[in-house]
Ligand binder design. Structure first.
Ligand SMILES: [Zn+2]
Length: 383
């Protein structure tokens, strides 16, 4: 931001100098050019930041989408488990009823048997006591006792069956309870996995917010620098216009700026820019030529600019009089200096690809009173 104020202060100084007659512009132009290079450097830096940040934003977005999918999958698994757990609980409840019924049946049987045993002991006709009293010794007594007891054997077996049935129901219930507990454990694990996925998603969200605000800041800085660049461009353009001869152009048909190289790769007019991919005005024509091929003056005149000129790279501007100038951009090397007088056909530079360019070529531009115009009428001798 400090640099920004330096540039603004410089612009103010330049503007003041501009409107003060008699003060040399030489130093100010150099400063303008330096300021322009600095601004362009910053523009590139901010564009890089924006591009990198946008890539990160895209990748974080897709990570968030995949986390969302996994969270949804966990939800479905948890819901399925809850259904299974509910089914198990229903089964356990119905088993508990069965167990209660079995216990009641057992108690009922037990009572019946006890009643029957009591009936045997208390029967007057077949006196239990008589049978027992007739026993000759202790062994005989035990044999007789067992015989009598066996009369109730059917009931005892039935009681054993009922007890076994009840025990089986109990063990079924225990295994269901164990199943249910295992399912609850699994559900707990799924829930904690889901919670950690959610917290991962939350941290991605805050990262995303941070990246978006970084990108917005870089965009704001870029807009400011581009505005500064436009202001500097205008000051340089005004400087060049102020240098132009006010006489009349009498040069006739232009000579071809790159002798031996005539293939046009981009015409004057609206086009999609090959680097920025945006619709923009192409202010000159592009002529394909090898690196260091000769560039010549299309007509005689005075070199009013021979230096780096932003997107044009190394650039020469020749004033031909009558407000007519020709401009030669992207040069690998300049061949003339500001203030030199050149004749039509003199070599003034070397083809290159400096500035905003995708390969060796000459960007040739014609300006009338500082405004770009199609160069063809001049190249064809129709003016
Ligand atoms: Zn061009």
């Amino acid at each position: 931001m400090k640099k920004k104020y330096q540039v603004l202060a410089l612009l103010l100084v330049v503007i003041l100098l501009w409107y003060s007659p008699g003060i040399s512009m030489g130093v100010s132009l150099e400063e303008l050019q330096q300021a322009q290079e600095e601004v362009e450097e910053k523009i590139n830096r901010y564009k890089n930041i924006i591009q990198t940040t946008q890539k990160e934003i895209t990748s974080v977005s897709s990570e968030m989408a995949s986390l969302d999918q996994r969270i949804r999958a966990r939800e479905i698994e948890i819901e399925a488990l809850e259904t299974t757990i509910a089914e198990k609980m229903d089964l356990i409840a119905s088993l508990e009823e069965d167990i209660v019924m079995a216990e009641l049946g057992f108690i009922d049987r037990q009572k019946t048997m006890q009643a029957r045993l009591r009936a045997i002991y208390e029967n007057k006709d077949v006196s239990f006591l008589d049978v027992m009293v007739d026993a000759t010794d202790m062994t005989d007594f035990l044999v007789r006792f067992e015989l009598l007891t066996r009369l109730a054997g059917g009931d005892i077996n039935m009681l054993d069956d009922l007890d076994a049935q009840r025990k089986e129901l109990e063990s079924m219930k225990l295994s269901l309870v164990a199943d249910q507990m295992a399912l609850q454990d699994t559900k707990g694990e799924l829930e904690s996995s889901q919670a950690s996925l959610s917290s991962a998603k939350n941290s991605k969200e805050s990262l995303q917010e941070k990246l978006l605000s970084e990108k917005a800041l870089a965009q704001k800085a870029l807009d400011e620098e581009e505005q500064s660049n436009k202001e500097i461009e205008k000051l340089i353009k005004d400087y060049i216009a102020s240098q132009a001869n006010k006489g009349v152009y009498e040069g006739g048909k232009f000579s071809w700026p790159t002798p031996g190289n005539s293939r046009i790769t981009s015409q004057y007019g609206w086009r999609i820019h090959p680097i920025t991919k945006t619709k923009s005005m192409h202010t000159g024509i592009d002529i394909a030529a090898p690196r260091n091929a000769a560039i010549v003056a299309v007509a005689g005149g005075k070199v009013i600019y021979a230096a780096w000129y932003g997107a044009y790279g190394n650039c020469t501007i020749i004033d031909h009089g009558g407000g007519l100038t020709s401009m030669y951009g992207h040069q690998n090397k300049l061949g003339v200096k500001e203030g030199e007088i050149v004749l039509k056909g003199d070599q003034i530079g070397y083809v290159g690809t400096t500035g905003l360019s995708t390969g060796n070529h000459l960007h040739f531009e014609v300006r009338l009173q500082g405004n770009h115009t199609t160069p063809w009428p001049y190249l064809n001798g129709e003016v």
